[in-house]
Ligand binder design. Structure first.
Ligand code: ADP
Ligand code: MG
Length: 609
């Protein structure tokens, strides 16, 4: 074949419509969640105020979306499954000001080519509706049919005719989770629209039309999260930017981004720049690898963003990216610092109960006799090495043991009014227990001290005059040659942060001075940290990044307060210094500095409610 040019048939063929649709489907329809997204977006485009999504087997067996939108007349029903059939785009110019969600006229044709699909629709002024089926690209006859006004699209047996792709589907529970994620996002983005979703007959989401964002979050993710949200609200008049929504305390963070939602001019999207804003906003409040929970609407002048029109990716380019970034990060940080970061006792009570169930299913409730005894207080029993209780810790005030004792503390406090009154109790020379008007809190003195040291150091460095404690005898730290080479070009920068180093021979660093703030600093550990840091960050870390990280490490190489017995004045001084900071609720590694138990938690733990 192809040898004799004059007789060879043409090698290039124009692909048939059916094949083209299947190829398009490869782009548009990756999994059941993509079908759900396309169909629900169509319903929204049709002006629906009530949308029902029914799934079976994670959507692989069935996705059915029913809406009360404008519906379609006979001709449109007949055309809906044709490729590039759309009512949303007429002229090429329309591409620049698209308000609707879908516009390429690809979704239905694509879905129809890889599933058994039927569409049933009626406009509000027609008596009867029309039905059409598309079985793997074979579009059937138009049939007149009775149905409610609006549209129903039913997609069965996704990928039944493309087995290779079907094999890529995950377990039903995984596919279902992705579908739920899509519907939750759309439900959160579209106030004014009711959403009902079922999976294998069970109702999994129910949001009424009149619910606002906060109420939607409550419905979708529960009261505990909804109650803990802190609003974000900021406007940049000149740039015509508005940011509004909610951030959750760091303890609601997750390994994935499923509780992180950005809506750009009412449309949800995942975007790297916006994710980075959030990460920056939570900097120092979240441990590495965790994703914060937040629901945020960003309103921008549409002419200042370029939304990538690819159907599966939603990436945007912002015209004033840096400015926007700074504006968002500031607004977010301010809100994040206001969240209640102290892990509330309630979730701790629950997690302890879970742990007890794992260890001994017979003792599922941790307040059963014998589980909570004076010699094994719930917090310290397992978590503190050595003796759980430090008998000679000062001051020897007892734990508040009844409601009365708790209430005996002046009750006039709340935000800002708390005078940090004692008595305090130090446990295991590590934890400070303090009564609150409505419960008590346990403070990790080391974590708190680390945070204070970091903030103090940062303030000094920012002011350009870190106080240095010169060492009488320089401390010599042995390092590898290559490590020394890496350190050398940075020595000046370190000096600006109060760390005075000098190469000493080929494989030794002499430490001449360290920030005076550091208590009992560990020079060797710090030098090794700096080397590791440079390795991690590559050759040229950004200066502000470097400062932040170096100060981090200084703070944690110096605080030796775990294990220090503290007297009442020292405890009070520590708490007061913490109080003066932007936030003293986490240590620089974002571990909480304190855990709070409300009266309510105690009552639950002791089965009084
Ligand atoms: P697109 O949404 O890009 O226009 P689709 O293939 O998703 O393309 O849909 C094709 C057309 O079918 C839409 O333009 C719209 O006119 C019509 N349509 C689809 N779904 C609905 C619906 N739920 N209600 C009313 N019309 C719909
Ligand atoms: Mg569409």
């Amino acid at each position: 074949m192809g040898q004799e040019i004059e007789t060879s048939a043409a090698q290039i063929e124009v692909l048939g419509e059916h094949v083209r649709n299947q190829i398009a489907a490869g782009e548009v329809v990756e999994r059941p969640a993509s079908v759900v997204k396309e169909l629900v977006e169509n319903a929204l485009d049709a002006g629906a105020t009530h949308i029902e999504v029914a799934l079976e087997e994670g959507g692989a067996r069935l996705v059915r979306v029913t809406d009360n939108g404008c519906g379609m007349g006979q001709i449109d029903v007949g055309r809906a499954f044709l490729a590039h059939a759309t009512s949303k785009l007429r002229l090429p110019e329309d591409l620049v000001h698209i308000a609707s969600l879908g516009f390429r006229g690809e979704a239905l044709a694509s879905i129809g080519s890889i599933a058994r699909t039927q569409l049933l629709s009626r406009t509000h002024d027609a008596e009867l509706g029309w039905r059409v089926e598309d079985e793997g690209g074979r579009i059937g006859e138009l049939v007149e049919a009775g149905c409610p006004a609006g549209t129903m699209v039913e997609v069965r047996d996704l990928f039944y005719n493309t087995p290779a792709r079907r094999r890529f589907l995950k377990r039903a529970s995984t596919e279902f989770a992705r579908c739920l994620d899509v519907v939750q996002r759309l439900a959160l983005a579209h106030e004014g629209v009711a959403f009902v979703m079922t999976h294998d007959g069970k109702r999994v989401l129910d949001v009424e039309a009149e619910m606002d964002l906060a109420a939607r979050v409550r419905r979708a993710f529960g009261a505990e999260l909804a109650d803990a949200l802190v609003p974000v609200e900021a406007t940049h008049e000149a740039a015509k930017v508005r940011l509004a929504g909610y951030v959750a305390p760091p303890r609601f963070s997750r390994r994935d981004t499923s509780r992180q939602m950005w809506f750009l001019n009412g449309r949800y999207l995942r975007d790297k720049v916006l994710s980075r804003c959030l990460k920056e906003g939570y900097r120092g409040f979240l441990v590495e690898g965790r994703q914060p929970t937040a629901f945020l609407h960003l309103h921008l002048d549409p002419s200042t963003v370029d939304v990538n029109v690819s159907p599966t990716k939603s990436e945007v380019r912002f015209r004033e990216q840096r400015q926007l970034f700074g504006f968002c990060v500031n607004a977010l940080r301010e809100a994040v610092a206001k969240t209640d970061i102290a892990t509330p006792g309630e979730s701790m009570v629950r997690s302890m109960e879970r742990r007890l169930v794992r260890e001994d299913p017979n003792q599922a409730r941790f307040s059963e006799p014998g589980v909570l005894t004076p010699s094994s207080p719930p917090i310290t029993a397992r978590d503190v090495p050595g003796r759980a209780f430090e008998p000679d810790a000062r001051p020897p005030a007892p734990l508040p043991s009844s409601d009365d004792a708790v209430c005996a503390v002046p009750a006039a406090m709340g935000e800002g009014g708390d005078d940090l009154a004692g008595p305090y109790l130090q446990v295991a020379r590590t934890y400070l227990v303090r009564a609150l008007p409505d419960g008590f809190e346990i403070i990790d003195q080391h974590a708190l001290h680390e945070r204070i040291t970091l903030e103090d150091l940062r303030a000094e460095v920012m002011a350009g005059r870190p106080e240095v404690q010169r060492l009488l005898v320089p401390e010599l730290v042995d390092v590898a040659k290559a490590e020394l080479a890496r350190l050398k070009p940075r020595i000046e920068e370190f000096a600006e942060m109060g760390i005075e180093l000098e190469p000493f021979g080929e494989a030794t660093v002499a430490v001449h001075g360290l920030p005076a703030r550091l208590k009992k600093p560990d020079a060797g550990g710090l030098v090794r940290d700096l080397i590791a840091l440079l390795e991690e960050k590559g050759e040229t870390p950004r200066l502000d990044d470097l400062v932040e990280e170096v100060l981090h490490r200084c703070a944690c190489r110096s605080s030796v307060m775990a294990g220090d017995a503290l007297c009442e004045e020292e405890i009070r001084a520590l708490l007061e210094r913490g109080r003066a900071l932007e936030s003293d609720q986490t240590c620089p590694h974002a571990r909480p500095t304190r855990v709070r138990f409300a009266l309510e938690d105690l009552e639950k733990a002791f089965h009084r409610r």
